[in-house]
Design a protein around this ligand. Structure first.
Ligand code: ADE
Length: 424
């Protein structure tokens, strides 16, 4: 592939582009729905004239989305949504293919916000977020940009919660589609994607055997449920901690033992936070853990474990393997902290598998098109769902491309659905 470098970008090393391109080619081969939509929209160009600023993990799957947006007619500027999740090879391949991108693995906090601001210099008409940092930047620092912005999308649970709070307070400056809340996203990405990729990250950082370990999963939302079930499948004894009584009840009826973190802290071998909440594992918990306990997070922000307090308290810290720091506590026991408490699935592994991102990113694509053509967002600056027919379109395409057929309701069955004169 030739190089198109006549644009602004900053990546780690352009020489990595060829390796990155192979990764993207591999992801394309596992993302049939997005590729099918790319084929269609390459002809119809529904995003012609749109400038899209995206702030989302720079992975091989994201590259397939970015290049699909371009094929659909958009001009795109991109940055990562986490300082540790960028794949430098993929970022180089995107830059070499003409994408305006500012992203590299291990950026500082200042560089992270600098990169977001670079995408905003481009005066987007649409924004795409994972965690809402770009949307917040527009709202807090550059509200004048909102005048040109038709709408935005949000990928993750944490981001959607915050945007719904802004909507409730009448603070949104443009409409948002909560891609996270569409069933073809959360029912699969959050559960199976997070489940598998979190364990993948832990395995790469530690190479431990899960069978027989006591694994503590904090949070039994969709992500925690996925993690708990995959750990159980590997033969671990899984404990769940929760604050929500309904989620806690679900966990017990699915066979997991539920207890307070104060109690779980003393008996767990591996701790995984998946709550979206801060201070879930405190320094107090870390002090009571067993020698050798492994601690990591798979929630969006690095606030779930009290990492700074831990590092300040530690007697010594050394990197023992990539993404794995051995912390000797003054009490004498060792704690192994993975990926500095950032998303372990993206920092220590490659994020969710392509097959599941195929659906999530098809939702992103159809959401942006719905905002661009005005079918969503007409009722003002609120948080919207992806229309059900588009969600079903993704599911049907996925099934078809996986080679599965499903039945259809007959007319008599459709009538039966709403009839109230037929009973026992
Ligand atoms: N979030 C979780 N997994 C991801 C992936 N593979 N690409 C982009 N965002 C993700």
């Amino acid at each position: 592939m030739g190089q198109n470098l006549d644009h602004s970008f900053k990546v780690k090393d352009l020489a990595l582009a060829e390796e990155g391109r192979k990764k993207i080619d591999w992801a394309e081969s596992r993302m049939p729905v997005l590729m099918k939509l790319r084929e269609e929209f390459r002809e119809t160009k529904p995003l012609e004239g749109q400038r899209i600023a995206g702030c989302l993990h720079v992975t091989k799957e994201t590259a397939v989305l970015v290049e699909t947006l371009v094929a659909a007619g958009a001009d795109v500027a991109w940055c990562g949504c986490n300082p540790l999740s960028t794949n430098d090879e993929v970022a180089a391949a995107l830059a070499a293919n003409g994408i305006k991108i500012w992203a590299w693995h291990g950026m500082s906090k200042d560089e992270y916000y600098w990169a977001i601001d670079k995408t905003l210099e481009f005066k987007p008409t649409l924004t795409l977020d994972d965690g809402a940092d770009l949307i917040f930047r527009v709202h807090s620092k550059m509200p004048e940009l909102a005048e040109n912005i038709i709408g935005g999308t949000e990928e993750t649970t944490t981001g959607v919660h915050r945007l719904r709070a802004m909507d409730k307070d009448g603070k949104l400056l443009y409409p948002i589609i909560a891609v996270n809340d569409t069933p073809t996203k959360w029912e699969f990405d959050n559960v199976y994607g997070t489940g598998q990729s979190t364990l993948d990250g832990i395995m790469r950082a530690t190479s431990i055997l899960f069978a027989g370990k006591t694994v503590v999963v904090a949070g039994y939302g969709h992500c925690g449920r996925g993690v708990a079930n995959r750990a159980k499948g590997l033969g671990a004894n899984v404990l769940v901690t929760e604050v929500d009584p309904i989620n806690a009840l679900k966990a017990t009826l699915e066979g997991f033992r539920v207890m307070k973190m104060d109690d779980a802290a003393k008996i767990g071998d591996v701790f995984i936070t998946a709550t979206g909440m801060k201070d879930v594992i405190t320094l107090g918990h870390l002090k009571t853990m067993k020698d050798g306990a492994i601690v990591c997070n798979t929630g969006h922000y690095d606030v779930e474990i009290q990492v700074e307090a831990l590092l300040n308290y530690a007697k010594s810290v050394r990197t023992i393997r990539p993404n794995n720091e051995e912390i000797i506590m003054p009490e004498g026991h060792r704690i192994y902290l993975l990926a500095r408490g950032r998303l372990v699935n993206l920092a220590a592994a490659e994020g969710h598998p392509s097959e599941v991102m195929d659906m999530s990113f098809s939702g992103q694509l159809l959401s942006l098109i719905s905002l661009a053509n005005g079918t969503v967002g007409k009722d003002g600056n609120h948080v919207y769902d992806l229309p059900k027919e588009l969600d079903e379109r993704i599911a049907r395409l996925k099934l078809k491309l996986m080679g599965f057929e499903i039945d259809e309701l007959t007319d008599a069955q459709k009538e039966y659905l709403t009839a109230y004169d037929e009973g026992t």
